[in-house]
Design a protein around this ligand. Structure first.
Ligand SMILES: CC/C=C\C/C=C\C[C@@H]1O[C@H]1/C=C/C=C/C=C\C/C=C\CCC(=O)O
Ligand SMILES: N[C@@H](CCC(=O)N[C@@H](CS)C(=O)NCC(=O)O)C(=O)O
Length: 160
């Protein structure tokens, strides 16, 4: 897809849907911290309290720290590589983060398995972003269609 020919909404609508889902998930995590503050009587600006509170607090903070990386990589991968693939990895990442949040709320150990899962999804999105942007750069400035050669290598396109 070329931005110069105009981006059609159907070329990004899956990315938009995953972004809305991600924003709702972030809002949900924030609400859980507000409930935990009430439950454990930890009023702002305090950020320390019983371990049950601190784990919920850190789970939300950790998910927020990574949210910008997630959103940028989702859109870059979706625009420059493949919208469908980015959307699938995006939904899996958000699912992993949901499990991470609840695992961390239970115990520090409980966060680890979902963290590894969501990290794999995140790295896959970063890789797709990098590959897509490099292919676009070489196409624009060197006239090389690496993406076509790449998909041909994988047997996804006919040789032309
Ligand atoms: C989800 C974010 C993914 C990518 C963004 C970039 C960097 C973050 C690294 O990929 C993530 C890897 C995380 C690995 C964590 C490894 C170990 C943590 C385990 C134990 C900590 C010690 C303890 O709990 O006692
Ligand atoms: N802000 C994070 C950056 C590194 C990170 O993402 N760590 C993972 C694996 S140790 C985590 O779950 N950290 C727990 C937390 O941020 O509370 C930290 O302080 O640990």
């Amino acid at each position: 897809m070329s931005l110069s020919t105009g981006m059609m909404l159907d070329q990004v609508v899956l990315l938009a849907a995953v972004t809305v889902l991600g924003m709702m998930e972030q809002a949900y995590f924030s609400l859980k911290v507000i409930y935990a503050r009430r439950k454990y009587s930890v009023s702002p600006p305090a950020t320390t309290g019983p371990p049950e509170f601190e784990r919920v607090f850190r789970a939300q903070a950790n998910c927020s720290e990574y949210f910008p990386i997630f959103i940028f990589s989702l859109w870059l991968a979706g625009v420059f590589f493949s919208q469908a693939l980015a959307a699938v990895f995006g939904v899996l990442y958000l699912y992993g983060r949901y499990l991470y949040f609840h695992g961390y709320a239970e115990s520090a150990q409980g966060r680890l398995e979902p963290l590894y899962f969501s990290a794999k999804m995140q790295w896959a999105l970063i890789a797709q972003s990098g590959l897509g942007v490099v292919c676009s750069l070489t196409h624009t400035y060197l006239g090389l269609d690496l993406m076509h050669s790449f998909t041909h290598l994988l047997g996804l396109t006919e040789h032309t």
